[in-house]
Design a protein around this ligand. Structure first.
Ligand code: NAP
Length: 248
């Protein structure tokens, strides 16, 4: 029976690249999405066309009832869970902190932080040897923004990723003796649609010259590190925060 991985936000960008690579490496993949069913279905079709196993599962990771229903669907369909990639995340329009509304802050922290906690909670319940599970791995998507702070653009987003770093360090220690490894990747500027969603469609072009390697990264380059952290090749790696940022 294949190992099963849930990738939140697996419909587009880094999550989609990770879903496709994980399937090629032999995982059955649960492809979570929030709204874009067509994009999730496309990822699932590409995996199945290549002989892999995949399921699209809708859930807003910030909604507790939707998260628990998503894990129950995975239980029914695959009967096991071996890995979680907490990838779903959002930015917002460029703003200084003195212009941020409470509603904006709530949305940002609910999706990027609470969503990751809720999915990790459900995954630990299934994977921890303490709960009768067989162990597993979690990879959280942090960001170089956690180190840089994103002044004048989205300090709120950067702060959610700082929280993800701390979450990773703490959870890794909490479940290390229960067979679960927990790590984070901290991508720099990566070519995906997230920048346009925050109103900065040219952000990759604008930031690339500041990157020591002089270019943005690709979703596939991030996926390679995520899938490495999920697998046995990273058997002694836990609590790591891996920068994938071209030297930035
Ligand atoms: P993206 O291209 O904008 O894709 C976002 C994905 O997350 C989509 O699949 C989207 O689903 C899903 N999503 C958004 N809100 C959700 C919610 N509430 N519940 C469930 N799924 C949700 O983003 P990306 O650039 O690949 O980023 C992926 C992760 O990497 C994020 O955590 C981001 O912060 C992090 N990251 C990105 C960069 C970068 O430069 N791109 C750099 C550092 C870190 P739908 O298709 O249904 O909308």
């Amino acid at each position: 029976m294949k190992k099963t991985v849930l990738i939140t936000g697996g419909s587009r960008g880094i999550g989609a690249a990770t879903a496709l690579l994980a399937a090629r490496r032999g995982y059955a993949v649960a492809v979570n999405y929030a709204d874009n069913a067509a994009a999730a279905d496309d990822v699932v079709h590409r995996i199945r066309a290549a002989g892999g196993e995949a399921l699209a599962v809708q859930a807003n990771v910030a909604d507790e009832a939707q998260v628990t229903a998503m894990f129950e669907k995975i239980d029914v369909r695959f009967g096991r869970l071996d890995a979680l990639v907490n990838n779903a995340g959002v930015v917002d329009q460029t703003s200084r902190v003195d212009g941020m509304t409470l509603a904006r802050l709530q949305r940002m922290f609910e999706i990027n932080v609470f969503g990751s906690f809720l999915c990790a909670r459900e995954a630990v319940k299934r994977m921890s040897t303490k709960h009768g599970g067989a162990g597993g791995a979690i990879v959280n998507l942090s960001s170089a923004a956690a180190r840089i702070g994103s002044p004048g653009q989205y300090v709120d987003y950067a702060a959610t990723k700082g929280a993800i770093d701390t979450f990773t360090l703490g959870l890794a220690k909490e479940v290390a003796a229960e067979g679960i490894r927990v790590n984070a990747v901290r991508p720099g500027i990566i070519e995906t649609e997230i920048h346009a969603s925050g109103g900065l469609p040219n952000r990759v072009r604008d930031v690339a010259p500041q990157v020591p390697m002089q270019r943005a990264g690709t979703a596939e380059e991030v996926a390679l590190s995520i899938v490495w952290l999920l697998g046995d090749d990273a058997a002694y790696t836990t609590g790591a925060l891996l920068d994938i940022a071209g030297g930035r």
